[in-house]
Design a protein around this ligand. Structure first.
Ligand SMILES: CC(C)(COP(=O)(O)OP(=O)(O)OC[C@H]1O[C@@H](n2cnc3c(N)ncnc32)[C@H](O)[C@@H]1OP(=O)(O)O)[C@@H](O)C(=O)NCCC(=O)NCCS
Length: 171
């Protein structure tokens, strides 16, 4: 199928009433528990952004704040036939701009350790591996527990972090 020209592409916020149109992207991108959770999150999360071209959706991101100053990219997904064309990167740049506008000092993402494309996507934007001990050192145990609960990092996933601006002390 012919790809729409890049200049035709726009980044939009998708209201809850229109999000079922994005489910096909999740169906192509995830399976099992991840698919179930991503579909549930799609309909509940506050902010869903999408790339649209000539009325067709070409990718989505789901983002939220998990604590004051700390953003989280829940999901980024691009339909199979539109991958490796820079669209995931555009969506991630858009998510980072959103968190920057909210004056976040850091952004997290969790990815499957063996998920080559998502590790490549996040490392292309400067995300680096972190862990619970490092976060606790920065923010304290209680806030770290709460953040992990919000992020729902599961076994087999690694946590990535990108610093947007120097930390404001939170203790
Ligand atoms: C991860 C995903 C969103 C990437 O989307 P994409 O549109 O193909 O990504 P881009 O073309 O913008 O590539 C972004 C970067 O990742 C790299 N990359 C993407 N896929 C890659 C692959 N399979 N192997 C190696 N590098 C890859 C690109 O080279 C690029 O790096 P660069 O900017 O340094 O050149 C897409 O593969 C996807 O939807 N996967 C399934 C869902 C998922 O796992 N999401 C992430 C976790 S929530």
């Amino acid at each position: 199928m012919t790809q729409a020209p890049v200049e035709d592409m726009e980044l939009v916020t998708v209201p809850k009433s229109e999000r079922s149109q994005l489910e096909f992207i999740l169906d192509e991108s995830f399976e099992g528990l991840y698919l179930w959770h991503s579909r549930r999150t799609l309909h509940n999360i506050e902010l869903v952004r999408a790339l649209r071209s000539s009325g067709r959706f070409l990718g989505l991101s789901m983002v939220k704040m998990v604590a004051e100053g700390s953003g989280y990219v829940y999901y980024v997904a691009v339909p199979l036939q539109s991958r490796r064309k820079g669209l995931g990167g555009k969506l991630l740049d858009d998510a980072l701009a959103h968190f920057d506008e909210l004056h976040a000092s850091e952004v997290f993402a969790s990815v499957g350790e063996d998920n080559v494309e998502s590790n490549a996507l996040f490392s292309s934007r400067g995300f680096e591996r972190t862990n619970r001990a490092e976060i606790a050192k920065r923010h304290g145990q209680i806030r770290t527990i709460n953040m992990y609960r919000e992020m729902m990092v599961v076994y087999g996933e690694i946590l990535l972090r990108k610093e947007l601006r120097p930390d404001v002390p939170t203790l």
